[in-house]
Design a protein around this ligand. Structure first.
Ligand code: 13P
Length: 268
């Protein structure tokens, strides 16, 4: 059983006021909690999970506004050390202290713009697990890599490198996000068939790395120009267990529409 997980990646957007307004409006859609939604109440655990990854300065406000809605919070990055002289960085315990349950790691924007290697990301994955944060690990190929036929080699290298220090006992807590770089913020969504093929490939690699049970349990999100009108066709694919949404997650009505589409991925 893989409960669908739909996450909003706000990237570097919104003020505290806007964050609170978003969560109040989203909360109104979720009150009373729809039957397909995982509200966090006992017995609701197999519904669609909603996660909001907010910039660090908004997390405390977001936590207050999300209380009681069932919406979970995520950080967008962390530093592997617990504390220390790392100006500008944020640790896993700090994110836990701000009520985060998840953390996005290895997003292609961090890999490309901040030169993050899979080796460095593997340290972050281990730190997240050590402190009770569930990693949302992103992998994805560029257009050039896809056109040169290197997609599977790139995905396998990112996956295996980033999971090198994974605590296998907690493997099922991991969420993977397949985000083809050419589909991010471009309006060019991968077709459901193309995304499904990449997801099936990733699940097969997970099987080799972590065994059948973990590979079956780990949820794989698709990310890259997910919108209310294409979410259902993507989420109905057998290996697509959720979505990581950028632009369309900034508006609560549009994010809610994608959450509702997550119900099509039930049950797994
Ligand atoms: P868009 O949905 O804006 O394409 O962004 C996807 C993404 O990068 C989510 O992490």
């Amino acid at each position: 059983m893989r409960a669908p997980i739909i996450a909003a990646n706000w990237k570097m957007h919104k003020t505290r006021t806007e964050a609170a307004d978003f969560l109040q409006r989203l909360g109104r859609h979720l009150e009373p909690a729809p039957t397909w939604f995982d509200s966090g109440e006992p017995g609701a655990g197999e519904g669609v999970q909603a996660v909001v990854a907010a910039p660090f300065p908004l997390l405390e406000t977001a936590a207050r506004a999300a209380a009681g809605t069932g919406v979970l919070l995520a950080g967008q990055n962390l530093h592997p050390a617990t504390q220390g002289a790392f100006t500008g960085e944020v640790s896993a315990p700090m994110l836990r202290d701000c009520d985060c349950s998840f953390v996005i790691l290895g997003h292609s924007e961090r890999r490309a713009l901040f030169q993050e290697s899979s080796e460095w990301i593997s340290e972050k994955v281990a730190a997240a697990q050590e402190h009770g944060l569930r990693p949302i690990l992103c992998v994805g190929e560029t257009l050039e890599e896809r056109e040169s036929g290197a997609t599977e080699t790139v995905l396998a290298a990112q996956l295996e490198g980033s999971l090198a220090l994974l605590n296998a006992a907690q493997a099922e807590e991991l969420v993977l996000a397949y985000e083809p770089v050419w589909a991010i913020g471009t309006g060019k969504t991968a077709t459901p068939e193309l995304a499904q093929a990449a997801h099936a490939f990733l699940r097969e690699r997970l099987r080799k790395l972590l065994g059948e049970a973990s590979a079956h349990a780990i949820r794989i999100q698709y990310g890259g120009s997910v919108k209310p009108d294409n979410a259902e066709s993507l989420l109905s694919q057998p290996d697509i267990d959720g979505a990581l949404v950028g632009g369309a997650s900034l508006d609560p009505d549009s994010f809610y529409a994608i959450l509702r589409a997550g119900a099509t991925a039930l049950p797994r």
